[in-house]
Design a binder for this molecule. Structure first.
Ligand SMILES: Cc1cc2nc3c(=O)[nH]c(=O)nc-3n(C[C@H](O)[C@H](O)[C@H](O)COP(=O)(O)OP(=O)(O)OC[C@H]3O[C@@H](n4cnc5c(N)ncnc54)[C@H](O)[C@@H]3O)c2cc1C
Length: 503
């Protein structure tokens, strides 16, 4: 591992010379060890190269399936200047880059064969008079824990290690979204390193078109956000609930959940999950309905009774807890019995216990209305079909609407403002054999074919490389404007991935 500290420590005069010389001396055909040594010499953070002992860890994303991608180098940036140095050196030398914060992208867009600019160490969380500043690498669990003593809350999703770098850039849906909007809707300003290495501060009054584009079009396209300033939400408490239902009631529960959420108070956020931990033939699926409520527990109890009345079914198990916001979120993360430090992906902290996912194949779509009974039946049938032993299968549906739908689709880059819920299939497992891959692909393809005709769009933070018409599905009528912003801020398409704007 290379960094300025150990370069200076080994005291090589050649190294010192190149540190002083800057990037002007870089060779035209960049890529030799000495080229990387020069870049490392300019970084406060660390540059990890393929021969380094920690390279196998440094290249990891949340999904082990992307371990097959071998970047030329991973730069752990510790300062904005580090990010600028990486961008300038990569650009001048024609090295492709990918930007990485939490590394959760389903399709591996935060890694690639060139230089991975990792901003996970830009993880500050600071509280101002009326706003909060967060680094792109501030994992949800850390941000929530850091803000709790200040009685401040932010919108966060259902994974403790997802980071603002991707979450806010792509929209950001949480249990709080129906009441407070998307994560991106709370953005007040952002600091961004552009493709020429300069830093701009954008807000509604400065660089306003970039500010518009950053709110919901997805990361990795316009520049590297190094600071998010967000308006906190007013949610000191959260009633967290988990209910389980029999799959025998699925045909009643699935439409009832849609009807329930369509008429629920905005203070209620929830997710419907059909689950098969092992999709071996004969195994019975289950249903979980979980979420958070920003109001009195008695009102949530009444809402759960209303769900039973709508479905005509009773849960087999219910847990409802009136908690502080941070504890409610820890419960949602299944981290309520471990420390904040443990609630990280293994390797991220010394005592982290959360495992990575091996492989995961997804097909998610957005829906702007409750579905008719034949579509609901087809969705459930596709979930149960084509069993494959050892593979986990999920039908996951996250309620949206409410405050997220109050905003005009053209006011921010997040187009699908009429979405009432996100729904999709997941197939996952540890290490995929070719048979596992084939089964997962067939399951997701068939499921997506059922979802597609009824869908109203798609969510760029739940991407699928097979999504047809992705420009329209993710960005709708905002795509032409996004292209113009791309042209203005990154005309050379320096920041790109398979579904970045302009690709
Ligand atoms: C287990 C799990 C649960 C999830 N739950 C939810 C949920 O409840 N709600 C929800 O809305 N989403 C959820 N997501 C999706 C998540 O929001 C996206 O995957 C998000 O983009 C991840 O951001 P990241 O920074 O952690 O990932 P990364 O893979 O690092 O980044 C994602 C994308 O953003 C780009 N990017 C990263 N950092 C920056 C930056 N600083 N500047 C510009 N571009 C950047 C990357 O290049 C990449 O294209 C979940 C994902 C997982 C794996």
């Amino acid at each position: 591992m290379l960094n300025r500290r150990n370069l200076l420590r080994v005291g090589g005069s050649a190294a010192l010379a190149v540190v002083a010389s800057g990037e002007g001396l870089l060779s035209p055909a960049f890529g030799a060890d000495s080229d990387w040594t020069r870049l490392a010499g300019r970084l406060q953070g660390d540059l990890v190269l393929p021969g380094d002992a920690n390279y196998p860890y440094a290249k990891q994303l949340q999904f082990a399936a992307f371990d097959s991608v071998n970047p030329q180098a991973i730069a752990y940036c510790e300062t904005v200047a580090d990010v600028q140095a990486c961008v300038r050196v990569a650009r001048r030398n024609g090295v492709g880059v990918r930007v990485r914060s939490g590394g959760h992208n389903f399709e591996g867009w935060s890694t690639g064969p060139g230089l991975v600019i990792d901003v996970s160490r830009l993880n500050h969380v600071s509280v101002g008079a009326s706003t909060v500043h967060m680094g792109p690498g501030a994992a949800s669990i850390d941000a929530l824990a850091a803000l709790a003593p200040h009685n401040k809350q932010i919108i966060a999703g259902t994974c403790p290690t997802v980071c603002p770098g991707g979450f806010i850039s792509g929209g950001g849906i949480g249990n709080q979204t129906r009441m407070f909007g998307l994560g991106a809707d709370r953005l007040v300003s952002a600091k961004v390193v552009l493709a020429d290495g300069s830093v701009v501060h954008c807000s509604p009054t400065r660089e306003s078109s970039l500010f518009w584009a950053l709110r919901g079009s997805g990361g990795g396209t316009f520049g590297i956000v190094v600071d998010f300033e967000v308006k906190p939400i007013d949610a000191p408490n959260m009633v967290h609930f988990v209910t389980y239902w029999s799959w025998n009631d699925a045909q009643r529960m699935f439409p009832a959940w849609q009807e329930w959420m369509a008429s629920a108070p905005r203070a209620l956020g929830s997710t419907f999950v059909g689950y098969l931990f092992d999709a071996a033939p004969g195994n019975a699926p289950g249903i979980g309905i979980t979420g958070g409520f920003h109001g009195p527990k008695s009102q949530l109890d009444a809402e759960l009774a209303r769900l039973s009345a709508l479905s005509g079914a009773q849960p087999v198990n219910t847990t409802v807890r009136d908690l502080s916001y941070v504890d409610g979120m820890k419960a949602a993360y299944l981290c309520d019995t471990i420390s904040t430090s443990q609630c990280h992906r293994v390797g991220q902290t010394p005592d982290a216990v959360l495992p990575r996912t091996g492989y995961q194949t997804n097909g998610f779509r957005l829906f702007n209305r409750s579905l008719d009974s034949s579509t609901n039946d087809a969705i459930l049938t596709a979930f149960e079909a084509d069993r494959h032993a050892g593979q986990g299968r999920f039908l996951q549906c996250i309620a949206m609407g409410g405050a997220a739908s109050d905003i005009n689709p053209r006011s921010t880059a997040f187009w699908n403002r009429d979405a009432q819920f996100l729904a999709g299939y997941v197939a996952l497992g540890e290490k995929a054999t070719p048979a596992d891959e084939a089964a997962a692909t067939a399951f997701i393809d068939k499921g997506s074919a059922v979802l597609d005709p009824a869908s109203s769009g798609a969510y760029v933070n739940f991407p699928s490389s097979k999504l047809p018409n992705w420009r329209e599905a993710y960005h709708g009528g905002n795509y032409p404007r996004l292209l113009r912003v791309k042209q203005a801020y990154d005309p050379g398409n320096f920041f790109s991935h398979p579904r970045s704007i302009g690709s």
